[in-house]
Design a protein around this ligand. Sequence first.
Ligand code: FES
Length: 126
Amino acid sequence: MNTLLAKVEHKWITLKQSWATTTTVCKAQVSTLPPEPVIPSKKPFKVDLLGGKRYSWCSCGHSKNQPFCDGAHKSKALGLFPLRFIPEKDGTVWLCGCKHTNTLPYCDGTHKQDFITSAPLHRDTD
Ligand code: FES
C-alpha cells in the first residue's frame, strides 16, 4: 500500500512516501512568491517589428534569442511565460532587456534603477 504524508514545518514541506519495502523522505522549499526573471541585459533591445505579426517577448530572461522567447521558460522558469503581442504597424521599438519594465514588453527606463544596475547579469551555463 502506498501512503503519502505531507507535513508543513515553517517554510519547509516534508514528504514521506512508503512503498512495500522502501521509504523515501525528501524536503523541498516551498514558496508562495511568483518566480523572478533573471537579467540577460541591462539595456533594451532595439528591434524592427512588423505590424500585424505576432511576437513572443521573453519574460523569464533565460532565452538565448533575446529579447524573444525560445521556450527556455519551460525548463528554467516554471511559472513564467512569454508575453505575446502584435504591433499595430511596422516600426522600430526598444524592447526591455532587464525584464523588469512596467510597460511590457517595452523599455520604460527601469534598467537605470539601482536594483538593476547593481544586480548580476545572468550568464547561461549550458
Ligand atoms: S531594459 Fe528593462 S526597462 Fe529598459
